[in-house]
Ligand binder design. Structure first.
Ligand code: HEM
Length: 126
């Protein structure tokens, strides 16, 4: 019997690491003058909970995401390409500062590419 390779989730350190990464991610988003306005009327605690579950799932951890589809969650927010890229850069920046291995950062970057069209609003300009 061969042992299964550990998931990205396990290699990063599991739940405590993901929680810490999401905490740092939202500190960056709310500190960013170009992005903070998107979050003014949101329940940031719930958003963070959903983000932890989604990121865990994407990284091969437990599949417990219970939030909305990404397209529904972001509809009407008029998210531009540039703001999407900034948010993605904050997430990758947090993973880098926490020492995530390059292959895991690459996998997250691929996921960011894959969900881009669900989140960016083409009518919002660049
Ligand atoms: C980069 C990839 C992104 C991912 C994976 C992501 C993920 C999520 C998730 C999981 C939720 C919660 C959905 C729910 O609770 O049902 C959410 C909501 C939200 N996201 Fe994102 N998001 C991304 C990009 C962005 C960007 C670029 C912005 C704005 C610049 C943004 C702004 C928001 C806001 C304001 C909400 C709350 C919407 C509401 O409460 O109605 N997100 N996102």
């Amino acid at each position: 019997m061969t042992a299964e390779a550990p998931s990205h989730y396990d290699r990063l350190g599991g739940a405590p690491t993901i929680k810490e990464a999401v905490d740092r991610f939202y500190v960056r988003l709310l500190d960013d003058a170009e992005l903070a306005h998107y979050f003014v009327d949101t329940d940031v605690a719930q958003l963070k909970r959903h983000q932890v579950l989604l990121l865990s799932q994407v990284l091969g951890g437990p599949t417990e995401y219970s939030g909305r589809e990404l397209s529904a969650a972001h509809r009407g927010l008029a998210i531009t390409e540039a703001h999407y890229d900034k948010v993605g850069a904050h997430l990758l920046g947090v993973l880098a500062e926490m020492g995530a291995p390059a292959d895991i950062a690459d996998a997250v970057a691929q996921t960011l590419k894959a969900v881009r069209d669900d989140i960016v609003d083409p009518a919002a300009g660049s």
